[in-house]
Design a protein around this ligand. Structure first.
Ligand SMILES: [Zn+2]
Ligand SMILES: [Zn+2]
Length: 141
């Protein structure tokens, strides 16, 4: 499996474009970005790009497996370049801040469902909801 993003894109039949690489770099630079935030970062680097174009590129990168989409209930999708370690997320109910939570000890035990109902399971999407330290201290103050 090639680790060079350009190789991966080519292997899946996608052209390697400056836009795709710039979006990938933006997502790698700051985890859990929304598409809007990605668009802002990309614009700062390469000038105008429509939000639709950003969504298209993000879709390609997710498809190729270079980035991962997190879709928390009731909030916009987030994107991150930390893929394939099946880590989880903790999300603040107040400010929406997202943090990574490593999968519980060992190699992704959550993938071993108590009863897999005959499915071949390859991902366990776990989101912990709560309130982040900053929101907690604000509530106290
Ligand atoms: Zn918060
Ligand atoms: Zn993450």
């Amino acid at each position: 499996m090639p680790t060079d993003p350009a190789d991966l894109l080519r292997q899946r039949g996608y052209r390697v474009t400056g836009q795709r690489l710039t979006v990938l770099r933006a997502v790698s630079g700051e985890p859990h970005m929304t598409a809007d935030a990605v668009a802002e970062t990309v614009r700062a680097e390469m000038g105008s790009i429509s939000i639709q174009a950003v969504y298209d590129v993000l879709g390609v990168l997710v498809d190729v497996g270079l980035i991962r989409r997190i879709q928390p209930a009731g909030s916009p999708a987030r994107f991150e370049a930390r893929v394939s370690d099946n880590h989880h997320h903790v999300i603040c109910r107040s400010c929406g801040r997202v943090a990574d939570v490593d999968c519980a000890v060992g190699s992704a035990p959550c993938l071993t469902a108590v009863d897999d109902m005959g499915y071949e399971i390859d991902e366990a999407e776990v989101i912990y909801w709560g309130r982040c330290p900053e929101c907690r201290s604000q509530a106290r103050g």
